[in-house]
Design a protein around this ligand. Structure first.
Ligand code: PGA
Length: 248
């Protein structure tokens, strides 16, 4: 779907609202970054108008290694500020990888187990990195990987320095992320992208070959992907591409 960012945010929020209204105990996979901010804003508005999240369980895609949940640039902090403070998901239903776990391998295994124990993810929201990453699965990541520790690409650290007072030095070098296999196991995936700086990654992911060099290209193999793009992010696509029609 090619539209303005507002329409994109509304459409994404409506998909999630309908999921929760159909199944109050839905399991949502959530993302951070700039892209989902409008979606989270809409979900808070919907909650103020009665949408009940009390049965919902959430799993976030990723977290920086070494940042505690009260660090202002941690994804736990982001989620609290931009979504959870304004909706009623019970605290015990919120899952975000613990970037300060002593045994990070055990944390990754426990995260996978918790997703399974919750019955799997109904809808996974994801953005896309300039390098085609989903979650923090950087180019080269095997498609079969589950939640694991990653070393962040320099380009990812540079893109995210804006959350660290524009200081590249402060951006952690590693993170914990759901793996590509974890993401692909979600029953539905909602890929959001806006802005012309995402156009090349979007075109490669949707119309290029499926390759670990562009992790988001794996989504072509998922049967239920909804791709929501504003016009700028869609600019690199050939509009008559059947794959895009299929995905949109
Ligand atoms: P952004 O990040 O929404 O801040 O552009 C997306 C991503 O890196 O996956």
């Amino acid at each position: 779907m090619f539209s303005g960012k507002d329409a994109l945010d509304n459409f994404a929020a409506t998909i999630i609202k309908e999921q929760i209204e159909a199944h109050s105990a839905s399991v949502l996979g959530l993302a951070t970054g700039s892209t989902p901010l409008g979606l989270y804003d809409r979900l808070q508005q919907m909650h103020r108008h009665g949408l009940d999240f009390s049965g919902v369980t959430t799993f976030n895609l990723d977290e920086y290694l070494g940042l505690s949940g009260d660090h202002p640039a941690s994804y736990r902090h982001y989620m609290q500020e931009h979504l959870f403070a304004g909706i009623n998901v019970p605290k015990s239903n919120i899952h975000i990888p613990d970037g300060t776990a002593n045994d990070v391998e055990a944390e990754c295994a426990a995260y996978e187990k918790a997703i399974m124990a919750a019955g799997g993810i109904d809808i996974q929201v994801t953005g896309i990195g300039h390098n085609g990453h989903i979650g923090f699965n950087e180019p080269g990541t095997e498609f079969g990987c589950t939640t694991h520790v990653v070393t962040l690409d320099e380009s990812t650290r540079q893109a995210n320095a804006r959350f660290f007072d524009n200081s590249l030095e402060q951006v952690p070098r590693q993170a914990v992320t759901m793996g590509i296999k974890t993401i692909m196991q979600a029953r539905k995936i909602l890929l959001l992208a806006s802005g012309k700086d995402k156009a090349e990654a979007v075109a490669g992911a949707l119309e290029g070959s499926v390759t670990t060099r562009l992790p988001a290209s794996v989504l072509q193999l998922h049967p239920r992907v909804v791709v929501l793009l504003d016009e700028a992010a869609a600019a690199g696509l050939a509009h008559d591409n059947p794959m895009v029609k299929h995905l949109a």
